[in-house]
Design a protein around this ligand. Sequence first.
Ligand SMILES: Cc1cc2nc3c(=O)[nH]c(=O)nc-3n(C[C@H](O)[C@H](O)[C@H](O)COP(=O)(O)O)c2cc1C
Length: 195
Amino acid sequence: MLRYQNNTKETIVTILQLDSSITGENSVSRQLTRSIVERLVATAPGTEVIHRDLVADPIDHLTLGALADSSVLDEFLAADTVVIGAPMYNFTVPTQLKAWLDRVLVAGKTFRYTENGPEGLAGDKRVIIALARGGFYEVGSPASALEHLETYLRGVFGFIGITPEFVAADGIAMGPEQREASLASALDDTVRLAA
Ligand SMILES: Cc1cc2nc3c(=O)[nH]c(=O)nc-3n(C[C@H](O)[C@H](O)[C@H](O)COP(=O)(O)O)c2cc1C
């Protein structure tokens, strides 16, 4: 895990950056999270960034015993903004990101059950998710039934009280021109998000 601060002024914002792509320097989602975090840091002097690379430093699969260690949850709860790189692998999140989510969706901490149904408890933070998908999954398209990445992330963060913001690069596997166009468009969107 890498921790850095953009200057010596008093810390006013903590950003937690999570990356889960297995493709290293070729990764689209990593380029997007980097751009988002760089822009957020530039607009908020004193920001502290905690970078958790879920591939280089993976979290163990969930076990009952593992829940005794709340360090991943505490790190999430302490962050003001969470920036997540979420590539689509086999139509959903990478297993590395699922392992992180398994430590964060904890009854009594990030949600609770009430007589009126479940209630999210983590609504005090901003979550920005950078999606990268090989294909296109628009609502109504033939492939839309296989879209379990954005829908899943919207669902789980909604469950804990957060409405995430998304930046998406789609059609990454549809040839180099499409890849470049989608990446450029998504990078433009990161400017808008961080403004
Ligand atoms: C192991 C693996 C599985 C993939 N599965 C899918 C998939 O199910 N659907 C899809 O549209 N693209 C799929 N892709 C393409 C990726 O979503 C695409 O390359 C994207 O850019 C990955 O993000 P990254 O560049 O940050 O790794 C897959 C890629 C890999 C490496």
